[in-house]
Write a protein that binds this ligand. Sequence first.
Ligand code: HEM
Length: 127
Amino acid sequence: MNQPSPRNILRWFDPRHRQPGTWAFILNRITALGLTLYLAMHLIVLGKLAQGPAAYDSFVALAHSPLVKIGEMLVIAAGILHGLNGLRVAITSLGFATRYQRQLLWASTILSGILILIFARAMFLGG
Ligand code: HEM
């Protein structure tokens, strides 16, 4: 069953019979990869500062485009989801509140949703 085979690899992408904790793990990994990619992009953009004010100003102009704003919102959402879920994983991995894993998962997910909505409102509706 657990031997490497093309059929078993396809099973990775089968969304059936998965627990909420597995979905949280998948989301944590996707957001982790997204944040890492963003960190690399962020450092490249900051490198523009070394090319003088004109190069940076041209980036700042681009940063006002709606597409970049949506990208920024995704980074904020990924940071909130990964951060709060990461705290939950850290707490239970250290042996604290293990009886309340399920409640902590829902609490971190609901809190993430609320914080994401607050940020989205501020970003897109201005307050
Ligand atoms: C509040 C801040 C953060 C907390 C509390 C946090 C916590 C965690 C925890 C606990 C894990 C292990 C998850 C597991 O074993 O199930 C993890 C994985 C990871 N985190 Fe974070 N993290 C934070 C911010 C970040 C940031 C800013 C980045 C990237 C720039 C990042 C990148 C990663 C990566 C690449 C992994 C490995 C993912 C995987 O193996 O699936 N984390 N984080």
